[in-house]
Design a protein around this ligand. Structure first.
Ligand code: NAD
Length: 353
């Protein structure tokens, strides 16, 4: 049994689905169901006894302590977070509460639980914290990609809150000996991605005939990884990572945002041509740049590749095609997450636990 937090969100849901597709080990999925959490992502697991969904907050120490005591998980994978940079600029409070204070309470509950375990369960226990490359700040075009020893220089309230949680996780290892692992991953894309983030927003807006808003000159560079490859990396780190270590996860795929948008447009031209036959790229518009927008992120993934033998299975070309196809085939999901009707669906199908 493992405990996953934030398993109704984008990466968490992909991880939960992948985990249960690959093993019979049950998991508890603790999720607050913020706007980003969507139980419809887990619809295929309805009635599956291996998936125990609990609606709750990682900051609720009583709840997490009772879940840990009841289910005695051998590991915790912490995905729960506020994750959208733009939202953190307009309202940082929730980011501080969940990403810092919530992670702290989860660590405290974990430390107490871990202290009750007898060997070898105590030795084998793992707390895996899922984090981001944004904690490292922005790279110049001539700088080497982020390795695990790169200095932390977070620039947005989101990345600062994730950096703080990474430091707490690290401190719980050095101070208390808690067997922690941290993964810092680049930008993910793929199924179940909430349409406020670049790639799903472009697909959804393009299909709706709306403008495709690109920040500033569109030359901000990100490293992109297909979400299922991120899930495989997390499984691998959980399985074989060394406690106290951090692992950078990335796809060796740096691209300017504008190129990403052009690729999405080209795929849509091919897979779902506009009714008027015009190219989707005509819908691209530029908007004022995000304040403090980091120019470039790039991940050096050699440590996880060399030490743990992980490599991404998808190239960007194969992953982005799968992603666009998924959105074309799951228009109902898009409609539901945008309209908020998925919450009605949750109540109708599951009620509250
Ligand atoms: P998401 O916003 O799609 O999902 C977050 C999930 O956490 C949601 O289901 C939400 O309901 C839940 N949640 C939020 N606050 C909670 C709380 N207090 N208690 C319990 N659950 C709570 O995010 P995501 O894109 O899936 O990211 C997951 C993790 O991976 C985050 O920690 C993020 O920092 C990290 N990450 C994301 C990316 C990316 O490209 N999306 C890249 C690297 C790392």
């Amino acid at each position: 049994m493992i405990l996953v937090t934030g398993g109704a969100g984008f990466i968490g849901a992909n991880f939960v689905l992948d985990w249960l597709a690959q093993s019979d080990e049950a998991l508890i999925n603790l999720d607050k169901l913020t706007y980003a959490g969507n139980r419809e992502n887990l619809a295929t697991l309805a009635g599956d006894p291996r998936h125990i969904f609990v609606h709750g907050d990682i900051g609720d120490s009583q709840l997490t302590a009772s879940l840990l005591a009841q289910y005695q998980p051998r590991a915790i994978v912490n995905f729960a977070a506020e994750s959208h940079v733009d939202r953190s600029i307009h309202g940082p409070e929730d980011f501080i509460q969940t990403n810092i204070v919530g992670s702290f309470h989860l660590l405290e509950a974990t430390r107490a639980y871990w202290g009750t375990l007898a060997d070898p369960a105590r030795q084998g226990f793992r707390f895996l914290h899922v984090s981001t490359d944004e904690v490292y700040g922005s790279l110049r075009s001539d700088e080497a990609a982020f390795s695990e020893t790169h200095a932390y220089e977070p620039n947005s309230p989101y990345s600062a809150s994730k950096a703080a949680s990474d430091h707490l996780v690290r401190a719980y290892h050095h101070t208390y000996g808690l067997p922690v692992l941290t993964t810092n991953c680049s930008n993910n894309y793929g199924p179940y991605h909430f349409p406020e983030k670049l790639i799903p927003l472009m697909i959804v807006n393009a299909l709706a005939g709306k403008a495709l808003p690109v920040y500033g000159d569109g030359q901000q560079i990100r490293d992109w990884l297909y979400v299922k490859d991120h899930c495989t990396a997390i499984r691998r780190v959980l399985e074989a990572g060394r406690p106290g270590e951090t692992y950078n996860v990335g796809g060796w795929n740096e691209q300017p945002n504008l190129d990403i948008v052009h690729t999405v447009c080209q795929l849509l031209d091919e897979l779902h041509p506009r009714a008027d036959g015009r190219p989707y790229r005509e819908q691209i518009t530029t908007v004022a740049d995000r304040p403090g927008h980091d120019r470039r992120y790039a991940i050096d993934a050699r440590k996880i590749e060399n030490e743990l033998g992980w490599k991404p299975a998808e190239t960007f070309a194969t992953g982005i095609r799968k992603t666009v196809l998924w959105y074309l085939e799951n228009q109902k999901w898009v409609h539901n997450v945008q309209s908020g009707s998925y919450r009605d669906w949750v109540e109708k199908n599951y009620g509250e636990r």
